[in-house]
Design a protein around this ligand. Structure first.
Ligand code: S3P
Length: 167
């Protein structure tokens, strides 16, 4: 199996599915949010509060560049905003097979409601925020993906099976 990059909106299941897939394939599991939090020794919400979104986006790009040197195979789960930068889109496609885990707005809202750790979804109407961001991102996800999987109603096991069938 080649490296797998799991891409999708917040709450699409990238981390859950990624961990399980990596475990099953004896690949290392890497989550960009987790790595950035470790490097920075602070939460993403604090990075956004203290340094702003643009600084976080630069950290994401810097981290992807580091990953180019990674020798051991991996399943990578990326933050939902990662593909918004063009240079990231190119880097992601070089790193592995980019799988877009697509989920409906209803599924996403259900999964992220009550979450206080995603700065872009705090305050105001969750539905409006999710709708605006999803609309803005759909095209970049489609442009970046090598493959698109709809995951509505699927268990993590089913999604993993679908990914394996692609590879
Ligand atoms: C973001 C998604 C988050 C995290 C940050 C910004 C985004 O990751 O990187 O809160 O812009 O969509 P998840 O997609 O893992 O929630």
């Amino acid at each position: 199996m080649k490296n797998v990059v799991l891409m999708g909106f917040m709450g699409a299941g990238k981390t859950t599915v990624g961990k399980m897939l990596a475990g099953a394939e004896h690949y290392q599991f890497i989550d960009t949010d987790e790595q950035i939090e470790k490097e920075q020794n602070r939460k993403i919400s604090d990075i956004f509060d203290q340094d702003g979104e643009e600084a976080f986006r630069q950290m994401e790009t810097d981290y992807l560049r580091k990953l180019e040197a990674e020798q051991r195979p991996f399943v990578l789960s990326i933050g939902g905003g990662m593909p918004v930068r063009e240079e990231n889109r190119e880097l992601l496609r070089k790193l592995g097979i980019v799988v877009y885990l697509e989920a409906s707005k209803e599924t996403i809202i259900q999964r992220v409601s009550g979450d206080v750790n995603r700065p872009l979804l705090q305050g105001g109407s969750l539905e409006e925020k999710v709708t605006a961001l999803m609309n803005a991102r759909e095209a970049v996800y489609l442009e970046t993906a090598h493959a698109v999987l709809n995951t509505d109603g699927d268990t993590a096991e089913t999604v993993i099976k679908k990914i394996k069938d692609l590879l």
